[in-house]
Design a protein around this ligand. Sequence first.
Ligand code: BGC
Length: 258
Amino acid sequence: MSPQFTSKATGARDDVRIGIDFGGTGIKGAAVDLATGELAGPKRRLDTPRVSTPDAVLAVFREVLEFNPRVDGPVGITVPGIVADGVIGRAPNIHPDWVGLDAAAFLTEGLQREVSLINDADAAALAEHRYGAAAGRNGTVLVTTLGTGIGAGLLRDGVLVPNVEVGHIPMHGTEAEKWASTSARELVNLSWTQWAERLTEVYGLFERIFTPDLIVVGGGVSKAHEKFLPHVEVTTEIVPATLRNRAGIVGCALLTTF
Ligand code: BGC
């Protein structure tokens, strides 16, 4: 069932929330219509500050909110790292000052709005399960994001198992995400089929660990899925994300209702 909320004070529809996807390279935010999972307004994308300290990133989040002045209420924000009770754990693609920070408290204070935080791939998993490629799917679903890193969101019968950090599985003397993320592909200029060979190994390993019923492949590159996904050879059903790179925004906006 789609969430529908009505503000008791004004009677106005309250099912539009802001989601901000904080990534290693970009920060994207938009208002999200939670009834449909569609964006309710234009998306604002800004570069992640090169030195991505909490204060520098907070300033970018403020800009994203200023771009959506008419949407108040709680804000959902994704983090490219472990999030447990609002505190950031290992997060290799952002400034180390985030690690150990009670970021939910820091951002709630800094933005003067209630902030809900979630790992970026976990947000994508919630969004794909509610509105996208995994809609209504029970069993074990693994939603992955290919970007600066490799994110993974695991669902069992629609319930999230948070902070599944399988992008860091050791592989070829490094780790899966350093070997096969989108950034890794760009770094060594792999062809689509060369990349698909690497992804076959990565997804083969994920398959052996989780025995999923469905694998969803997300991240911005999923819009080019025809170029690589048919060459990824696994036995599990594997499909492109349908929310593409807005899944993070949508998933964390949805989180504000939990
Ligand atoms: C982080 C994950 C994150 C992924 C995608 C990894 O480096 O450890 O938490 O989901 O990158 O951003």
